[in-house]
Design a protein around this ligand. Sequence first.
Ligand code: SGN
Ligand code: CA
Length: 536
Amino acid sequence: MRSISWYLVITIGSLLFIGQSCSKTKKTPQQRPNIVFIMSDDHAYQAISAYNDKLIQTPNIDRIANEGMLFTNASVTNSICAPSRAVILTGKHSHINGKIDNLSPFDTTNVTFPQLFQKAGYQTAMFGKLHFGNNPKGFDEFKILPGQGDYYNPKFITSKGDTIVNGYVTDIITDLTLDWLEKRRDTAKPFLLMYLHKAPHRSWLPAQRHYKAFTQKKFPIPATLFDDYNTRGAAAKTAEMNILKHMHLGYDNKLSKETIDELNIEYSGLHNRPINRMTEAQRASWDSIYDPINNDFKAQYQTMNDSTLMVWKYQRYMQDYLGCIASVDENVGRLLNYLDDQKLSNNTVVVYTSDQGFYLGEHGWFDKRLMYNESFKTPLLIKWPNEITPGTTETELVQNLDFAQTFLEMAGINTPNDMQGKSLVPLLRGKKELWDRDAVYYHYYEYPAEHAVKRHYGIATKKYKLIHFYYDVDEWELYDRDKDPNEINNVYLDPDYASIVKELKTKLKNIRKNYKDSDSLNNHYIQIYKDKGYIK
Ligand code: SGN
Ligand code: CA
């Protein structure tokens, strides 16, 4: 009896041992973390309550910072959509990966980090906005919006052809993402998931469930809404992104063509574009809330002056822009809850960022492109359980250029040595002593083009920002970031800053050299615009 039971104990024990060691060997690849990269389009850090709770509450996005790290000095290298995405995927500056603007297609001979993940045995998927003019490489599955995509009943491009999905884009992108997680991924492998929102991109259309609450809200007026750009050069003065002058009452502020005709004001011709995809029922719900706004505007229009009109337009802008963000936040919550419910959170890195920042009335502007803070900086929140101390704030200068190398290091995949960023892993692990970056580089190209923002490059340290607008002017600007956080005093010519200018010019020259940027490359990219007839 005794010997039989010992025999059983030993046999079961060794079976368990073998079972355990098998599952251990099997588990090794599983222990590589999953990576969920969440990126919205044009989501300003001013509109995330973890950064600033004056405009909107974003409890779900904030959870990522509460459980991980909030970066207060994250920036992009070129503040515009497709170039930012190209920098993220390649880990190389625009002048190297070639995607300098939204106009040319992405050069798919570039090596992107998802391709390396796929080769290393990761499951890879992308859902939402890419904006490359061609399909992404390195993904087992993708469903992407064509170009900018639509808010209502959007079309998607897949490897098997196009499809239209009825509903609201932010909800749909999340549905597609959750569906892949639930039904189509290989659960034996780690995954890299790129979950990319179109919202809150212009022209801002919130989900039906947010119309009412948001159109009734009033938001605080930014300190620089009436900026006169005094001290700034030609670029700030000639940029066409002023809310009063360049935001359309129809297209952007959603007044109807009838109202605009009745009041005899300019009609951009764009009015119907954003809402003409709605079904009858969607349109009826829209009209029930947006029609009264027309009546309200008509009642006050004759008494409005430039400043009251500016404030009205700003409020309308914020109502719709922030209404779009409310859905993004809810949907980020759906995804985080799914990861929790499926017990995936513990081994999943979650990143929340935007393709760039955005002006929410600062300097009187909407849009982005310039190297001033609101568009140069971008939100960045990362959670990585067991690695990041929850609730940490990081002030070091990091960029979208760094993502590829960060994710490759997290996954234990070799990094190609021509990538130009730096892995953020030491910062995420709290090892600041291993971080030695004291400046970041920026270069914007898309000019002449929509919004008329002149080409410029520059360098930012924690204390200063030096910018050179080199085409079709030759102007420099310097900002003292501590003393002048709103960047309204260009001190480039101030004698007190002469030595700073000298020092930063040397630094800029060196950083350009290190990143292999040059005046001859500038000329090359100008020549492309000439060849295409964009520059006459
Ligand atoms: C569109 C918008 C612009 C915006 C660009 C780039 N105009 O052209 O306001 O700057 O996209 O945005 S719209 O009339 O189409 O709304 S980006 O985020 O894709 O770079
Ligand atoms: Ca964008």
